[in-house]
Design a binder for this molecule. Structure first.
Ligand SMILES: Cc1ncc(COP(=O)(O)O)c(C=O)c1O
Length: 437
């Protein structure tokens, strides 16, 4: 394997870089030029294997012909429609396609432009639901410490990470609760006990806040920014019971775990627990247009129907359900369903998981769920970023932070590419963590 150098400064057009705050975040930031399959090429002509699907997005690769064709056709027929006066066929068919993928009981979808918007829409929907049922005081929202839900103010308020405090006070009425993984890490609670304890703590929190004031609990079934923290087996079912006991709506933020990642259409099916509201985004357009959705149980859809349909959700977003995004999403969902992607995901996961465990060896703990991987590394905070940097020098893109790295390979990754990813990761681990196999 060849090791590549950090990008030379000359790759960045100095006259353009000064205008844009997207990048560079750091001296490692790349200027991407093109993508094919799961490979990216940068402005210096170097090739990178993308083991992150962009960021859980490009599940079908960077050059998926059926999606590109659908988007091109849509562009030529109807690139936009007046959203105050109607919608488009692709949006209607996409909503039905998403509902058909979802667990039974989920019956409708609202399309939006991104994950943060979908989380915000979930909160609005939860509040509307309680108001329609004579409980206008149910406005509080519970979410995890150390969860991530987006960058708009409402979703940022639900994000329970210490690093968002610099933006000042968030949405009033947000109450944070501890997930099992944090109980294990910060208080040495055993994995056998952490699920029951975390669910009991959520219940005590609802009681302490006053159940009549709580609208919803919003959570990631698997917490990405804790290094893919997978909950104990019975935990989500316990949480479902707690919510039901207290009339609190359960919202799964499946923006990372949704659309096949866990080996089922949604983590809800993987864990056998159906939420009232399910947020989905990232991969549902394959990365060919900004798109996300809020899927809802029938009792929530009923509230919107009775309140006069979509207008009751207004104000909506100008680009919500726009034809270009809807066409990309419809093509991605159609491809996913027709081409047996769940089987492909499970087969690739069956190839990757044991080999990843072999490569990591004693240097960390592997968390695996479908094509979602986290490696908690021995060696303390900072080691995740070092491993990610060592991977990038070798032409491999994954995410690393604190004491973890995560991988989310595209569904179209070949076993040969999977082996290359593992070989490069192994070299990077050797460099940073030593040969601890
Ligand atoms: C779990 C989760 N929720 C919400 C979001 C926000 O999505 P977006 O960046 O599309 O607004 C993200 C983005 O990374 C996410 O990982």
């Amino acid at each position: 394997m060849t090791t590549v150098d950090l990008p030379p400064a000359s790759v960045w057009p100095p006259d353009l870089s000064a205008y844009c705050f997207e990048v560079p975040h750091s001296d490692r930031s790349l200027l991407f030029e093109s993508g094919k399959g799961i490979r990216l090429t940068d402005a210096a002509g170097r090739s990178f294997l993308d083991a992150m699907s962009g960021v859980f997005v490009t599940c079908f690769g960077y050059d998926c012909e059926p999606i590109m064709q659908a988007v091109t056709d849509q562009l030529r027929t109807l690139p936009f429609n007046p959203p105050l006066h109607g919608t488009n066929r692709a949006a209607l068919e996409l909503a039905r396609g998403l509902v058909e993928l979802a667990p039974p009981g989920i019956t409708a979808a609202k399309l939006v432009n991104g994950g943060s918007e979908s989380v915000e829409a979930a909160v609005r929907l939860a509040r509307l639901y309680h108001r329609a049922h004579g409980n206008p005081d149910r406005v509080k929202v519970l979410s995890y410490y150390h969860g991530y839900h987006g960058a708009t103010f409402g979703s940022l308020s639900l994000t329970g990470r210490p690093d968002v405090a610099r933006f000042g006070p968030g949405l009033p009425g947000v109450v944070h609760v501890w997930p099992p993984d944090c109980l294990e890490t910060f208080w040495d609670v055993s994995p056998e006990r952490s699920g029951a304890l975390a669910a009991a703590m959520i219940e005590r929190t609802i009681e302490a806040e006053g159940p009549e004031s709580v609208a919803a609990l919003v959570m990631e079934p698997v917490i990405h920014l804790r290094g893919m923290a997978i909950p104990p087996a019975d935990y989500l079912a316990r949480v479902r019971e707690v919510c039901d006991r207290h009339g609190v709506l359960l919202v799964f933020d499946e923006i990372v775990t949704g659309f096949g990642r866990t080996g089922q259409p949604f983590a809800a099916q993987t864990f056998g627990v159906t939420p009232d509201i399910l947020c989905v985004g990232k991969g549902i357009s394959g990365g060919f247009a900004p798109l996300a959705a809020v899927l809802m149980a029938d009792r929530l859809a009923e509230v919107l129907r009775e309140a006069g349909g979509p207008p009751s959700f207004a104000p909506s977003h100008t680009y919500a359900a726009n034809p270009m995004s809807a066409a990309a999403g419809l093509a991605a969902v159609t491809l996913f369903r027709q081409d047996g992607y769940l089987d492909r995901i499970r087969a690739l996961a069956g190839h990757l998981e044991p080999r990843l465990r072999g490569v990591v060896g004693g240097r960390g703990t592997v968390r695996a769920l479908g094509l979602l991987y986290g490696v908690k590394l021995a060696g303390g905070d900072g080691v995740g970023d070092q491993v990610a940097a060592a991977c990038q020098r070798r032409g491999l893109i994954l995410r690393g932070q604190d004491d973890w790295v995560v991988l989310a390979p595209a569904f179209v990754t070949t076993t040969g590419e999977a082996d290359q990813i593992l070989a490069l990761l192994g070299e990077a681990l050797d460099e940073v963590c030593g040969d601890g196999r």
